[in-house]
Design a protein around this ligand. Structure first.
Ligand SMILES: [Zn+2]
Length: 367
């Protein structure tokens, strides 16, 4: 039960968000279907829609009459009405892409970053790419960066990125907002990656998106929501211990999943070690699904899928009645930057009113 009351304004915001999200997920639907699916009355739907149409967010298209029924008017999200930028900041490269309002990728760019790059170099690279991608894009909603952590998502500060000297308490969100003039979100790369499983089609399944790249981390979907933790630092799975007497890791501890995986002689051994670590994670969180992603997985997808599956079957006594689906991600190198862009889009769809009221009515487009 909510702790506070909802006034008329809050209700209007909620209903706008509800209708937009339903239209997005349906692809297209009529006013009648919208009322039936949302539980709102037809009158309420008819009262809310004109503002969304005036703001340029929806297209109406008339379906030709069939011999029996009368013609229906279908509503669709106008994909080009707004855009979002998503970025990935890794230990050796960056990537930025632009999506339309439905999350479709329109353009992308990126490149390597020099060894031991400074925060200024990263800000320059991302801001320049964002500026190029923003050219000609109507209604840019913002930029979200999925970066290597640890970082503080709430304050937008990179704390002490593992294995990135000079990256101590860097206010990356503020620096990028000042350079781009855009609203900016900073999140861990793993959380951005997990967001691709939450929006636009929400999955309630308990999931770990395992990113195996220049580090190893997980984005966690627990009880249908992204679980960041109170200090927004959940998911540092790469630095859990497999062998307490093992080799020293970049984090300072010994025998972490990450150092053992990275020093394994071949992908099969590396994936096996990862699978043993993941069995513990499944036990702790009762996971239903593991999504394997990142460059090491992309280099040997079947080896990772089959080896992790085999290790989980061996390690988990309850795997007969508590099965875990193992998937290999199909978004490739876009997963983090696309997930980051969807964080911007999801925020817009949760509260479109701020944007609509600040921009005022837009010209209605013919057709
Ligand atoms: Zn470690």
């Amino acid at each position: 039960m909510p702790d506070t009351g909802v006034n008329l304004r809050g209700m209007r915001q909620h209903n706008r968000a509800l209708l937009l999200t339903h239209i997005l997920r349906a692809g297209e639907c009529s006013r009648g279907e919208l009322a039936a699916r949302t539980g709102l009355t037809q009158q309420a739907v008819s009262k809310i829609l004109p503002r969304l149409i005036d703001a340029g967010l929806l297209d109406e298209h008339r379906q030709p009459a069939t011999s029996v029924g009368k013609p229906r008017t279908l509503l669709r999200i106008r994909a080009g009405a707004r855009h979002a930028l998503g970025a990935r900041l890794d230990r050796d490269e960056f990537h930025v892409l632009r999506t339309d309002l439905t999350g479709h990728i329109e353009a992308s760019t990126g490149g390597p970053l020099p060894r031991g790059f400074t925060p200024e170099q990263a800000v320059d690279a991302i801001a320049d790419a964002a500026r190029r991608l923003a050219t000609g894009a109507e209604g840019l909603l913002g930029l979200c960066v999925g970066a290597v952590g640890p970082l503080d998502h709430h304050s937008g500060v990179v704390r002490d990125a593992t294995d990135m000297p000079g990256w101590h308490d860097v206010p990356l969100r503020e620096l990028l907002a000042a350079r781009t003039g855009l609203p900016v979100i900073l999140d861990k790369n793993t959380n951005a990656a997990a967001f691709t499983r939450l929006w636009p089609h929400h999955s309630p399944r308990a999931t770990a998106v395992v990113l195996v790249g220049t580090g190893i981390g997980v984005g966690l979907i627990v009880d249908g929501r992204l679980y960041r933790g109170p200090r927004t630092n959940a998911g540092e799975f790469g630095h859990t211990t497999l062998d307490h007497a093992g080799p020293r890791c970049a984090c300072g501890r010994r025998g972490c999943v990450e150092i053992l995986h990275d020093s394994a002689p071949d992908p099969h051994t590396a994936a096996g070690l990862l699978g043993i670590g993941l069995a513990d994670l499944v036990q702790v969180l009762d996971l239903e699904r593991i999504v394997l992603a990142g460059r090491a997985v992309r280099a040997a997808p079947e080896t990772y899928r089959e080896t992790v599956r085999a290790r989980l079957a061996e390690q988990l006594p309850a795997s007969r009645w508590q099965p875990v689906d193992i998937e290999v991600d199909e978004l490739g190198e876009d997963i983090v930057s696309l997930g980051a862009a969807t964080e911007i889009l999801a925020r817009f769809f949760t509260n479109p009113s701020g944007d609509i009221e600040s921009t005022g009515p837009r010209a209605r487009r013919p057709g």
